[in-house]
Write a protein that binds this ligand. Structure first.
Ligand SMILES: [Zn+2]
Length: 546
């Protein structure tokens, strides 16, 4: 999973409201069919072992993890659903790095040219498609750079940005709901590119400085960026007209506003008041330059199908996803342990998926719809393996009726409730409540809506293609009075998330894993056997993404 900060999650745990809408479909009980704790443990301990060296995308350790998953799918008798009759969908990736000393940012005011210092005043990432970029163009201020009819936003109203560089402030108006806001935020490049912009400058604001200082962003600058390659070997860069992009510290941005009718401080004052600044011409031009180095790697998704039993419905699929990659070895040499084992993130989710697959193959009755199991690569690099599959699915995308995503179930306590991201957006909310209810587990509201987790894991590329999705997390209530679920979850996040200590040495509660697996199996079964496909709720923002 990719989470930035755990703002207030612990405090919010006390405010949670169990929603408890349980519709109880009285299916015949199948007491014998349950997930098995030992099996979950054996999968997890192998996938999170030191031998796999943190399963980084493109690494030998991740290849071995993929091979293990293939072996398990094969042993279960599942059909291969990758490329050319195999279980593998091999994905090419390009790793791009900014060439040392190549980034330049100059502001031309007409009277003078101000050169800014890379790392101190501005940051820029590498280009995924060009070895060198250089662009000089007039600059237009476009507020937050957002467009949405639904929320009455158009930061491009009455300005022409064709052939120009746009300057936008980071973030989004606080008035936007978090998930919808996160989606719009991730669409800023598209809004600019579709209007012909040739460069994007994102302005780091004083408000942003309080949350994430510019210096902290600068520390993460050197990391390479990764992009998937299409089957023709071209990088997935949708908007090649954007030739330059930079993140500019407000403390160095004054010269940009030197010829403008509105001062930068006035813009910040408007933001402070919750107003949305209007677009205006800055009457300066900017030169952005960079050089990038490229390296190509490949890494597999793994896909398998359990065919459905119904002659019609078997042509539709319930898609389970779990990412098998993690972040590899740590660069932090101050620690003795350099392997990020990724036990909870996401050996646990893959183990749950493998055990769910076993349960489907051993159920008394085959599900009516087919079940597609997909283990995904490059989640940690930006949901890339999932995005690739959503663009190049091995079954028709329209035939995927729902996605049940498994990412980082924190199996460290006897949870009494689950949180289901996406449950408020589609009919899957009812399905989840009913499935959890069978195991006396409540469905709780999202305790950290500000994280917009619905946009942060592998289901999201499918959501963007119109597939209803749900993604369960263990809730913050524990069954036993001597356990505080929210506290354990929060401590995991604060002390072990994306660190070498997220390892099988954690006090993993495999019985909690059994309950979590049983619920996720139940959800898939309900979807697979329901006469109707899951539907987006009509008033959900995600029902009508363009
Ligand atoms: Zn992660």
């Amino acid at each position: 999973m990719r989470i930035q900060t755990l703002v207030g999650a612990l405090a919010l745990s006390t405010l949670m409201v169990a929603c408890g809408e349980q519709t109880a479909p009285a299916q015949a009980a199948q007491p014998a069919l349950t997930a098995d704790a030992n099996t979950l443990q054996s999968h997890l301990e192998f996938l999170a072992s030191d031998a796999l060296e943190g399963r980084d995308t493109g690494s030998r350790g991740h290849e071995i993890a993929a091979q293990y998953i293939v072996a398990k799918f094969k042993a279960l008798g599942l059909e291969p659903a990758g490329d050319d009759g195999t279980y593998y969908q091999r994905v090419g990736f390009r790793r791009s790095t900014l060439k040392e000393g190549s980034a330049a940012f100059a502001i031309h005011t007409g009277e003078s040219t101000v050169e800014l210092a890379y790392g101190d005043a501005f940051l820029t990432g590498p280009s995924a498609y060009a070895a060198t970029n250089e662009v000089t163009a007039p600059v237009v201020f476009v507020g937050y750079g957002l467009v949405s009819d639904e929320f009455g936003l158009n930061d491009y109203a009455n300005v022409d940005v064709d052939g120009k560089i746009v300057v936008m402030v980071s973030g989004r108006p606080e008035s936007l709901p978090s998930e919808e806001g996160a989606h719009l935020n991730s669409s800023k490049t598209r809004f600019a590119a579709e209007r012909g912009a040739v460069g994007i400058i994102t302005l780091h604001t004083p408000a942003r400085e309080e949350v994430r200082p510019f210096k902290v962003s600068a520390m993460y600058q050197r990391a390479p960026s990764v992009t998937w390659l299409n089957p023709e070997g071209e990088p997935n860069v949708a908007y090649k007209n954007i030739q330059g992009a930079a993140y500019l510290d407000y403390r160095a941005a004054e010269p940009l506003f030197s010829n403008a009718a509105i001062r930068m401080d006035d813009v910040f004052a408007q933001l402070e008041k919750g107003d949305q600044p209007k677009p205006f011409e800055l009457n300066v031009s900017v030169t952005l330059k960079r050089a990038s180095e490229h390296e190509e790697i490949s890494s597999p998704n793994v896909a398998a199908i359990l065919p459905g039993s119904d002659p019609e419905l078997k042509n539709e699929y319930v898609l389970y996803t779990a990412h098998s990659d993690h972040i590899g070895m740590t660069q932090d040499l101050s620690q003795d342990d350099h392997i990020n084992n990724g036990a909870m993130d996401n050996a646990s989710g893959v183990s749950v998926m493998l055990e769910t697959a076993r349960m489907f193959t051993e159920a008394a009755e085959r599900p009516k719809r087919s079940i597609l199991f997909l283990s995904i690569t490059a989640e940690e690099r930006g949901l890339l393996g999932a995005d690739y599959f959503a663009h190049y699915p091995t079954v028709p995308l329209q035939s995927i009726v729902a996605n049940v995503n498994l990412d980082m179930p924190v199996l460290l306590y006897d949870f009494a409730d689950v949180i289901a991201f996406g449950s408020t957006h589609s009919t899957l909310g009812e399905t989840v409540a009913a499935a959890a209810g069978k195991f006396d587990i409540a469905l709780s509201d999202d305790p950290m809506p500000e994280q917009a987790i619905f946009t942060r894991s592998d289901h999201y590329p499918f959501v963007k293609k119109g597939v209803p999705a749900v993604f369960l997390m263990t809730g913050f209530t524990a069954k036993n009075e001597d356990e505080d679920g929210g506290k354990i979850w929060g401590e995991f996040f604060a002390e072990h998330y994306h660190r070498p200590s997220d390892a099988p040495t954690l006090p993993i509660n495999y019985e909690a894993g059994v309950v979590f697996t049983n619920i996720n199996f139940e959800i898939g079964q309900a979807i697979a056997n329901d006469a109707e496909r899951p539907r987006w709720l009509p008033d959900s923002f995600f029902a009508n993404l363009d």
